[in-house]
Design a protein around this ligand. Sequence first.
Ligand code: PXP
Length: 246
Amino acid sequence: MLKLGVNIDHVATLRQARYRGREHGEPDPVEAARICEEAGAHGITCHLREDRRHIVDRDVWALRRSVRTRLNLEMANTPEIVGIALQVKPDIVCLVPERREEVTTEGGLDVVAQEAALAETRRRMNDAGIQVSLFIAPDPPQIEAAARVGAQFVELHTGRFAESFAHPEAREQELQRLIAGAEMAHQLGLRVNAGHGLNYENVRWLYRVPHLVELNIGHSIVSRAVFTGLAQAVRDMLAVMAGYPG
Ligand code: PXP
C-alpha cells in the first residue's frame, strides 16, 4: 500500500503569520499531526528551515514526543541542523537543498556535487539510528550518486511534473522521467518516495510510477483542510492514493 506522509509545515506557517517570536500560538502543528495520524496518515513530515519561517525548534521536539507513526525531518545539510537532528532523532531525515529566498524547496539536491559531505551526514545519521532520504530530481546521475552515498531512500521531486500538469506533452515527458527514475533507483537498491506539488488530481497520474513507497504531501492537504477539516482532507487523499497498484 502506498503510504502518505503529511507535511504539516503550513499549519505552522499560519501560526507564524500571527504569533512569530512568541512561545505559543494557533494553529498548533503538533495537534495537526495527531489529527493526521488519527485519520490514517502513515507519517508526519516537517521542515526545520534555517530561518525558522514555519516550524520552530520546539515543534520538532514536541513532534518527536507525540508522533506515533514516523517522524520525517526535512533539513538542509548544515552543521546546525544536523546537530539538532542528531539530538532529536527523528525516524528519518530527508536532506533537501535550501535557499533563504525561495518560497518552498524549489529544486532537488545536487548529490553529484556534494557527494562526500552527504555521505558523511548519511553515515552520522545512520550511526544514530536515523534513516536517510535524499530529495532529488529524477535524473540518472543524481540517482547513481544517491546510491553511492548509501542513502536508504530517495524522494523523487515531482515539482516539474506538477508544474507541467496542464500541458499533456510536457506532463507525459515528466511522468516518463519519474517512471525511469523510480525504476533505476529501485534497481540500485534504493527505496523510492516522491513529493512536492502533489494534489488530489495529479496524484492519480503517479499510479504509473512503479516502486513508490510513500508520498509526502503538504500544501494541497492543508489547503483543503481549511474547507473540510484536516481529518477529512487526509482521508480524501488516502482514498485517491488507494488506487495505486501493488
Ligand atoms: N517533499 C519535500 C522534500 C518538500 O520540500 C516539500 C515541501 O516542503 C514537500 C515534499 C511537500 O510539498 P507540497 O507542500 O507541495 O505538497
